[in-house]
Design a protein around this ligand. Structure first.
Ligand SMILES: NC(=O)c1ccc[n+]([C@@H]2O[C@H](COP(=O)([O-])OP(=O)(O)OC[C@H]3O[C@@H](n4cnc5c(N)ncnc54)[C@H](O)[C@@H]3O)[C@@H](O)[C@H]2O)c1
Length: 304
């Protein structure tokens, strides 16, 4: 669909992951450049005000040198063998599931906030349900939880329910992340913790208006989202006064607003582009290679 739209000369916002292979991602990046159109991949989680605050704190040097980056993205909607979605089927969703579907958001955000790039990684993936009961009719995402007793088709599964990755970001920074779709009680628990030589930050998508800031020699802080309390670079990502939540829906608003505003201008894009989507496919490819080989794999760094 994205390729057809590009060939028709349209500006394109594409959902993540950009494609199901590096090769297809490269083709889209090249085609978008050739057509000279605006292109965006929907890594909308970058657009939470507190995510931009973490980035602004890092840019201002408040974190110091980043030593450790760690986190999780946990969900529970595919916990049972009766849970089904097109993502489970590699022929529809690609060879990776948890890491592609939600891990890609995590790596995109970790690189965006830290300004660092994952340079090598070691991955371990696990498919707990080697077979799932596929409903005979189609089921939209998250709707599986509302199904009653059904006629199911026993279907083999080879996409991962869980993934764990340890990684390097350059010579000194170290990190780890786990992504799961089988963790009871965790709905969309995107958690990231960044530890620097001066201070630390931690943020959890399920409490998006709160940012934990950790200090060694003074009390820790919990900053509550309020535009007047944010760094100037983060302020335009919060439209409402403090005390009025800005959540997941608002991240799309912030992304679409910047995308549409950029059309017809020569302005630098303030949103993730197709080459950022390709970047995630490159990391995913390394994850699959590493898991297959039970070994560390280098991740090529982007040219920009
Ligand atoms: N950025 C985010 O936070 C975020 C969140 C959820 C999903 N996504 C992405 O959005 C995409 C869709 O995921 P979803 O969870 O909404 O899936 P979904 O299964 O809930 O919905 C997909 C919809 O597309 C329709 N569809 C399928 N093939 C079609 C076709 N050929 N023509 C027209 N319509 C078609 C289906 O009928 C269905 O209504 C995926 O790429 C997913 O990774 C992104």
């Amino acid at each position: 669909m994205a390729k057809d739209a590009l060939q028709a000369g349209k500006h394109v916002i594409c959902e993540k992951p950009l494609a199901t292979s590096v090769q297809d991602g490269r083709e889209l990046v090249a085609l978008a450049a050739q057509q000279g159109v605006r292109n965006c991949v929907c890594h909308n989680l970058r657009f939470y005000p507190m995510v931009q605050q973490m980035r602004a704190l890092r840019e201002a040097g408040d974190l110091g040198e980043i030593l450790v980056v760690q986190g999780t993205y946990f969900q529970d909607w595919l916990l049972y063998e009766t849970d089904w979605n097109w993502r489970v089927d590699a022929s529809a969703g690609g060879p990776s599931r948890s890491m592609a579907d939600i891990g890609s958001h995590w790596f995109d955000l970790a690189e965006h906030v830290t300004g660092l790039r994952v340079s090598s990684l070691c991955a371990d993936l696990q498919t707990f349900h080697r077979a799932r009961k596929r409903p005979k009719h189609s089921v939209e995402t998250f709707a599986n939880k509302l199904l009653g007793p059904e006629d199911y088709i026993e279907t083999a599964v080879d996409t991962e329910d869980f993934g764990a990755v340890i990684f390097h970001m350059g010579a000194r920074t170290r990190g780890s992340v786990t992504a799961s779709q089988v963790s009871a009680g965790r709905k969309n628990r995107f958690n990231i913790e960044i530890y620097g030589t001066r201070s630390s930050v931690a943020w959890n998508q399920e409490r998006p208006d709160e940012l934990w800031v950790g200090h060694r020699n003074t009390g820790n802080e919990i900053l509550i989202k309020d535009p007047s309390l944010l760094k100037p670079q983060a302020r335009s990502y919060a439209d409402l006064p403090g005390g009025h939540s800005e959540g997941y829906d608002d991240t799309f608003k912030q992304l679409f607003r910047r995308f549409y505003a950029s059309i017809g201008t020569g302005d630098a894009p303030e949103y993730p582009q197709f080459d950022d989507g390709l970047r995630q496919l490159t990391i995913l490819n390394a994850v699959l290679q590493s898991h297959g080989a039970r070994a560390w794999v280098d991740v090529p760094t982007p040219s920009k």
